[in-house]
Design a protein around this ligand. Structure first.
Ligand code: GLN
Length: 550
């Protein structure tokens, strides 16, 4: 089980959840990478679900999809965005997967009749997976989901406790992110909850090496001293993780606190000097936009923004590049009907209809799309948004009045969007039908797409072959391709074998593009997604033209 070269940094959370462990881990990773350290990242989710694919986005936020088709926790999105790494299904696992493997091994007789137990069988499987993904790297940052003290998290804490003995003290680093609440009436920051969390961690056999203190205000020297004394860590290892408005500032704040140097020193990592100029410029442009552009975001889960995490970030990236603030106006699709459309949408510079599942709100989205098409408002439709755009075009322009999606009306007479039953991924044939189980039956992950020259899509990508990530069950029905093309629909992107329509757009419109894939999963702060960038550019253009004429 030994891994001779790799160092292991474990990140845990104390006091409360949602302190931003994922972003803290990703920010540290970015800084260490900028010093030339070859690293990878792992998120361990203690829940029993095998993957987050079937979890309600209201509860759990976005399902982030990787190139290899793994449906993962949204923290993997932060990891990829901050580090530019392309992660795989090995970089995220859950208790469910661990138990599934151990039980399968037990059924197969691998344990030779022994009693199968949390220690050592579950903890061994956890460690096996950590070593496996760390192979060949200088460093792995492992984030343990949940908060210290959670029942589900205990086998993971136990496994990483053992690892200090497996690989040596000098190769392991334990970091805890805690909250230092600010009590407004007395005007004080309070360290007690952190002391309790650290005690709890110590009672599980782990002494943290670094404490990241999430706080509204910087910790004073004196407070750091107090935490150091009570929590048994060096004072220089008590770091303020200050609240910021813009999450891309966090690496810069951590750098000011000398966090990466501390990690390098404690793990004795070989490294270069730091280069973060481009990142600093990007943060500056986000903080000092020259102008604003208003985008209507017409969706279903508009109350829970976490379910559109990558898309929201993709707009921040595009805005940073153009030095404008992209203001997303959240429009609940169910509120849109014929009388309200104009009122709600007429002040917008652009409209986005994101991905989604189920019928709720779809007719409102279709009305909004009609408005964008007719009023020449720059429009981007993603996955369900693209399907809605094609249905709207079929109904209104091609006069196929019953145009629908099989997802909403399986008996519909004109299924413009239908269930594709067979396709090829990585040279393997994949099949499904209406009865397939819900988990794992979608077209998932990166697929190639051929772009047609002379289209808006080509203008954005400036490339003929691209790879984009998918997460959906339904597809454009090729039986209708000819009639719709005759009426002016342009299929500007398709799978190289011509089986799947990947991008559709229309003529005589400043920008009206729908994609069957999710571009947002590949947008990065320093390299915004070309299509989203092009969309924002067009929306901004519209705004400036409007201002000139008013
Ligand atoms: N519900 C649609 C499908 O499964 C769209 C999915 C999505 O937007 N991700 O095809």
């Amino acid at each position: 089980m030994k891994n001779s070269k790799t160092k292991f940094m474990f990140v845990m959370g104390g006091v409360v959840s949602s302190l931003g462990k994922g972003i803290a881990s990703a920010s540290t990773a970015y800084l260490l990478q900028s010093r030339g350290i070859n690293l990878t990242m792992l998120k361990i989710d203690p829940y029993i679900n095998v993957d987050p694919g079937t979890m309600n986005p209201y509860q759990h936020g976005e399902v982030y999809v990787l190139d290899d088709g793994a449906e993962t926790d949204l923290d993997l999105g932060h990891y990829e965005r901050y580090t530019n790494l392309t992660l795989t299904q090995k970089n995220n696992f859950t208790s469910g997967q661990i138990y599934q493997t151990v039980i399968m091994k037990e059924r197969r007789g691998d344990y030779l009749g022994k009693t199968v137990q949390v220690v050592p069988h579950i903890t061994d499987e956890i460690k096996r997976r950590i070593f496996d993904v760390a192979e060949g790297k200088d460093l792995i940052i492992v984030e343990i989901g949940g908060t210290i003290g959670d029942i589900e998290g205990q086998p993971f804490i136990e496994a990483i406790r053992q690892m200090r003995f497996d690989v040596g003290r000098e190769n392991t680093l334990y970091v805890i992110l805690t909250l230092i609440p600010y009590i407004r009436v007395s005007g004080e920051l309070k360290t007690k909850p952190t002391q309790h969390s650290v005690k709890e961690l110590q009672s599980l056999g782990i002494q943290p090496d670094i404490i990241l203190c999430r706080a509204e205000k910087p910790l004073t020297n004196e407070m750091k001293g107090k935490i150091s004394l009570f929590c048994n860590v060096e004072k220089e290892a008590v770091i303020t993780a200050i609240d910021v408005k813009n999450v891309y500032e966090i690496p810069l704040k951590f750098h000011q606190e000398e966090l990466e140097s501390l990690v390098i020193k404690k793990l004795n990592l070989k490294c270069n000097s730091l280069s973060i100029n481009e990142w600093e410029k990007m943060v500056y442009r986000i903080k000092h936009p020259k102008d604003t552009v208003n985008i209507a975001f017409v969706g279903k889960y508009t109350k829970l923004k976490e379910s559109y995490k990558s898309l929201i970030e993709a707009f921040v990236h595009a805005g940073a590049k153009l030095n404008v603030h992209v203001n997303l106006n959240w429009v609940d699709a169910e509120q849109i009907d014929s009388s309200s459309t104009k009122n709600i949408l007429s002040n917008m510079d652009g409209m986005l209809v994101p991905g989604g599942f189920g019928e709720r709100g779809i007719e409102g989205k279709i009305k909004a799309i009609k408005y964008a098409r007719e009023s020449k408002v720059p429009f981007l439709g993603i996955c369900l948004g693209m399907q809605g755009a094609v249905i709207e075009f079929a109904r209104d322009v091609a006069r196929l009045n019953n145009a629908d999606s099989e997802e909403f009306h399986p008996e519909a007479s004109c299924k413009i969007i239908h269930l594709a039953k067979k396709w090829i991924k990585d040279e393997k044939i994949i099949e499904r039908d209406e009865k397939s189980e819900k988990g794992g039956t979608m077209r998932l992950g990166a697929y190639p797409c051929q772009i047609k020259k002379g289209t808006k899509a080509y203008q954005a990508y400036n490339k003929e072959l691209i790879y984009e990530r998918h997460r959906h069950r339904y597809e454009f029905n090729n039986d209708y391709r000819k009639v719709l093309e005759e009426k002016g629909l342009i299929i500007s992107g398709e799978s190289p074998d011509g089986e799947f329509v990947e991008i559709a757009e229309i003529k005589n419109h400043p920008f009206f593009v729908g994609t069957q894939f999710h571009p947002e999963f590949k947008s990065r702060p320093l390299s915004p997604h070309p299509l989203i960038l092009e969309f924002v550019k067009n929306a901004y253009e519209k705004r400036r033209t409007k201002e000139k004429h008013s």
